[in-house]
Each structure stands twice: as C-alpha cells, then as structure tokens.
Write a protein that binds this ligand. Structure first.
Ligand SMILES: [Zn+2]
Length: 212
C-alpha cells in the first residue's frame, strides 16, 4: 500500500513538469508567499488545496485545534520566519467545524499527554460554560466552541511578540479568522480580522461567547 504513495508522487511530479517544465526549478530557487496559514492537523483540511494555491504560495503551520500557543517553540519558529524573512501580508487562522481536538476537549475522557495540549480549548469552554450549557446537542456545542476558538486564536496571534514587532516596523500584516465546514468545503470568514494592535484590543473587548 505504501508504494502507492511513491507512485502517486511520480505521477504528480510528471504532471507538474508537463504543465510547467521549470516548476520545480522555480520552487527551489525561491519561496515567495504572501500568506501564512495556521490550521488544524485534520487530514480533511488540506491547506493549499482548499484555497486553490500551489506549492510555494502558502506557508503552513498545522497542529491539533489550530492553536497559537505563546510558549510552543515549533509554532513560534514557524511564525517568526514568514513574518521576519518572507514578510507575509496575511496570516490566516483557519479552524474547522467538527474538530476532533475540540470534541476531545469538551468530553470528560482522560487521554494522557494530549489533554495538556487540549487544555486551552477546555479552558475556553469553561469560560463559555453558561452559553454551552444551554446547547443540548453535543455536535452543536462542539461547532460553537470551534468558532469561539477562532476568536481566541486570532487574539493570541495578534498578541504575539513577533506580530507586535512586525506592526512596530510598520509592516503590513492582517490576521484573519476563518472556519472550514468539511461538509461543504466553503470557508466562512468570521470577520475577526486584525491589522494593528488596537484592533486586537477591540477584538478582546468584544464579549466572549456572543451569538455565533
Ligand atoms: Zn481539527
């Protein structure tokens, strides 16, 4: 079965070369992207594909629940490179409805180490307990939390020191919060965009857990 992947790769590389013979040469010489994508690791959300971008056009970081943890060296390293070196103009934090990580953060099962990773979303759900307790359907509750998590992560990215430094350098950088429904594949813009430090404060002052 695993050999299928290598065969698929050969077919893909040949098709690329047929479409544009210097494709790989061009990719190897430069990485010129305008976009940083922070998304969930879920296999149903292939970042480049859902926004119709080719290799080389999207700088991608993915982790469970599309988190932006301020103490995660992996995340911080990925954030620093596109902001300081590539000088991307847009950072897209994109979650998805039905996220398994969010689902796990909401149930009472104990899973070991991963519970520590899921803790920020569990804490978020705790902050939104009044709203969530009023929702009886668990799937709706999960989707509502997925959406609230986007608000939190856009705020965390906006408060990140690398982002703040970029804005202090007068670098143009917008951070967007999107969510992807796996059921129809159509991204929804959650209207959480921040483009300067003051926007982050405005976003933070918007009450947590409003309608939608
Ligand atoms: Zn997910």
């Amino acid at each position: 079965m695993i050999d299928t992947l290598i065969r698929n790769n050969m077919a893909w590389a040949r098709a690329r070369m047929r479409a544009e013979s210097p494709f790989f040469m061009r990719l190897s010489e430069q990485q010129a992207t305008e976009y940083l994508w922070i998304g969930c690791s879920a296999s149903q959300v292939p970042a480049n594909e859902v926004v119709g971008l080719d290799p080389g056009e999207l700088f991608v970081h993915r982790n469970m629940e599309n988190l932006a943890p301020s103490r995660d060296v992996n995340f911080l390293s990925v954030l620093q490179c596109p902001l300081k070196v590539l000088k991307v103009g847009h950072s897209i934090v994109c979650g998805h409805y039905g996220c398994g990580g969010v689902r796990a953060a909401l149930d009472s099962d104990r899973r070991g180490l991963i519970d520590y990773w899921l803790q920020p979303v569990a804490d978020l759900a705790h902050r939104c307990a009044e709203r969530l307790d009023a929702i009886t359907d668990f799937t709706t509750k999960v989707n509502d939390t997925c959406q609230q998590n986007m608000r939190a992560q856009v705020e965390y990215v906006g408060r990140n020191r690398f982002v703040f430094d970029a804005w202090c350098r007068w670098q143009t950088l917008a951070i967007h919060g999107w969510i992807y429904p796996i059921r129809d594949g159509l991204i929804r813009n959650l209207d959480l965009t921040v483009e300067k430090a003051r926007d982050v404060e405005t976003l933070a002052r918007r009450s947590w857990c409003p309608d939608g």
